[in-house]
Design a protein around this ligand. Structure first.
Ligand SMILES: [Cu+2]
Length: 137
């Protein structure tokens, strides 16, 4: 009678069982959560809103700017609407208002976007008594 096969099978079974246990154990210990952290971009500044919500219109009519004083936030746009019987223009007063410099209009619109806080005075170069102010805050 041979006595060799039974112990070998037992050994094989034990080896398999060990392998399964090791594998199972290994899978348990390797159950670590991924450590990649997704960077949050929540602090990025919002895209500039160019909607009409902050836009302000000044009517240039009957030899005056109306309203002659407007207030906008930084980045907002003021539009002058020319609709008088005589031509007018918009021209800033002082260095900081140099950018305010429209062509002469009989009718039409001209816009300027204010990107720096401050108080900007302007006049109509054809009628210097026509004056207005834009406050940017
Ligand atoms: Cu004028």
């Amino acid at each position: 009678m041979s006595i060799g096969t039974a112990p070998r099978l037992a050994l094989l079974a034990a080896a398999l069982a060990t392998a399964v246990l090791v594998t199972g154990c290994g899978s348990d210990t390797s159950k670590s959560t991924p450590s990649t952290t997704t960077a949050s971009a929540g602090t990025a500044s919002a895209a500039p809103t160019t909607g009409k919500s902050g836009a302000v219109t000044v009517d240039v009519h009957k030899m005056k700017f109306s309203p002659d004083a407007v207030t906008v936030k930084v980045g907002e746009t003021v539009t002058w609407k020319f609709s008088d019987k005589v031509p007018h223009a918009v021209q800033g007063i002082g260095d900081s208002a140099m950018g305010i410099n429209s062509p002469i209009f009989d009718n039409g619109e001209w816009s300027y976007t204010f990107s720096v806080p401050g108080t900007y005075r302007y006049l109509c170069p054809l009628h210097p008594e026509m004056r207005g102010t834009v406050t940017v805050e």
